[in-house]
Write a protein that binds this ligand. Structure first.
Ligand code: G3H
Ligand code: 13P
Ligand code: ZN
Length: 315
């Protein structure tokens, strides 16, 4: 069942975070739905601009529509990740998405509000909800590249004004994470003091953490042992997700970790089976491993086991 993120956030606020997983293809879709059902968790499917154009935007919509039939117990939202205005309007008008993210975080404060407000008005008119971003994460987002030194944490003093003037329904905050597999060096980590200040000015308002892959070291080691070269990869400590949830984070975005599962499975498979050239045996292993990864992540997020409460809320 496709629902809005608003409903999921209402159920989760202050207690746990909903996993928001980026998908690009059939195998990820199958693994995601299986893992979510196995862990009895509500979830968010995120589709980036890059994912929409990887094959054709309609292909992913078709996949998700089919998955919704194959897994009738699943409860999830379909969300545009890091949209610009054009892609937001395209998704709002598609009739398929339940929420969009407008990412104008690279713009000056007033301009970010102005752009976000336009998208909010268009989305609300069609019953969709909007995630906006204030502050800048390090790493690469599709239309924005920010180096670590220029990443800007969200200023809690601006957060309330931003939400009031833009009318957004949830806010992505920059509290020290970044996109990709190389998030931290040395002792860097999450800035809970900033998150706590944001929650104080926006009590009850759903916050979002991007760049939250944990880049498991055993996964990185297996990739490197099978011919990879991911040196110095490091991610977010996923034992901190539940603390973030108590401070108002209701959505936690994970993409890179899923890509690592894909890379590990395929590298190991072809290293160990150099005579193979059939895509299905390795695809089956990936779907199974991705499903296990999703289920384990939902345990860390605290969303595992909450499917039935959410079902009652949306019924
Ligand atoms: O934040 C970006 C997400 O990881 C999506 O990545 O734009 O390469 O699909 P992508
Ligand atoms: P990761 O690169 O940490 O998986 O972050 C994904 C993300 O924020 C998608 O919007
Ligand atoms: Zn992101």
């Amino acid at each position: 069942m496709i629902v809005t993120t608003e409903k999921l956030f209402e159920a989760a606020y202050g207690k746990y975070a909903i996993g928001a997983y980026n998908i690009n293809n059939l195998e990820q879709a199958m693994g995601l739905f299986r893992g979510a059902i196995d862990s009895k968790a509500p979830f968010i499917i995120q589709i980036s601009k890059g994912a929409r154009s990887y094959t054709h935007k309609k292909m992913l919509e078709g996949l998700i529509t089919s998955a919704n039939q194959v897994f009738p117990d699943a409860i999830f939202a379909v969300h545009l990740d890091h949209g610009d205005e054009e892609s937001c309007y395209d998704c709002i008008n598609s009739g398929f998405y339940s929420s969009v993210m407008i990412d104008a975080s690279h713009e000056a404060f007033d301009k970010n509000i102005e752009i976000t407000r336009r998208v909010v008005d268009a989305a609300h008119a069609k019953g969709l909800v909007v995630e906006a971003e204030l502050g800048q994460l390090g790493g690469v987002e599709e239309h924005v590249a920010v180096d670590e030194a220029n990443a800007k944490l969200t200023d809690p003093r601006q957060a309330r004004e931003f939400v009031e003037r833009s009318g957004c329904d949830s806010l992505a905050v920059a509290i020290g994470t970044s996109h990709g597999a190389f998030k931290f060096s040395g002792t860097q980590g999450l800035h809970f003091e900033v998150l706590s200040e944001i929650q104080q000015v926006l009590p009850g308002f759903p916050l979002v953490m991007h760049g939250s892959s944990s880049v498991p070291q055993d996964e990185v080691a297996r990739i490197n042992n099978a011919g990879g070269k991911l040196l110095g990869a490091k991610g977010v400590d996923d034992t901190q997700f539940k603390k973030a949830a108590t401070l108002g984070v209701t959505k936690i975005n994970i993409d890179t970790d899923g890509r690592l599962v894909w890379t590990r499975v395929h590298r190991e498979y072809f290293r160990d089976n150099p005579d193979q050239f059939d895509l299905r045996p390795v695809g089956k292993i990936f779907m199974s491993e991705y499903g296990k990864f999703i289920a384990a992540k939902n345990e860390k997020l605290g969303s595992a086991g909450h499917l039935d409460d959410v079902r009652k809320l949306v019924a």
